[in-house]
Write a protein that binds this ligand. Sequence first.
Ligand code: PEP
Length: 265
Amino acid sequence: MRRKLVVGNWKMHGSVATNKTLLAGIISGVQNLDNSDCAVCVPYPYLCQTQLFLQDTKVAWGAQNLCPNEDGALTGAVSSAMLVDYGCTYVILGHSERRIQFHETDETAAARFNAALKAGLTPVFCMGESKEERESDWTEYVVGRQLDSIIRRFGAEVLTKAVLAYEPLWAVGTGNPATPEQAQKVHQFIRRRVAKCNPEVAAELRILYGGSVKPSNAAQLFGMPDIDGGLIGGASLEAEQFVAICKAANDAACSVSEQVALEES
Ligand code: PEP
């Protein structure tokens, strides 16, 4: 059975002082949540601080991008090995803000994905359509193309070592989330597309939803059959909100396992 996962994406937010309060609040808030996983992906300069706070706790950590090259004259770049040095488990890749504002493409996102896997990091690979693409009924074409950019190059089996995130651009940072039904439809499309290549991989694959998830909508989203947790931006910057979202994931996991036990009895 897939464990729910909630990943915070701090983006370019934080300071040494505010991180202390945020991380302490998250550690204490999630300590009894045994049926789900959670992680925070922080800006590079805070990886050392995050590692010091989170080691030996339930909360994993990671970064928000990496450079696919191993090393070299690449001013400003950070390699996968450097993330491993700081104990990262996850790395967010292909985020829409990277694709749009930093001109990353399916090709460069795939190269990063490959570098992450080689280093033993778990990519949280983001996919999603713009408002115009949704209105033109191109959602499946766009998300399918982004998914294929990985499957065609590396095969579906690599997805056993990755997490996917469906993040419609019109929902990210807008306060306008997808409805649980809208999100479920795309998650089901993603899972079915992976299943055509490898049904076992598809059954185990965690697909997160991201885009204006809040404590008020998390339970409904995480209650959908193909939504395995969330990638959380704004609400991951407040311990109380992030913990409430992690609790919603944990509660959803508990009700799924109760249902399975009932069906088996
Ligand atoms: C994100 O940036 O990945 C995200 C989902 O942001 P928000 O939760 O603020 O919409």
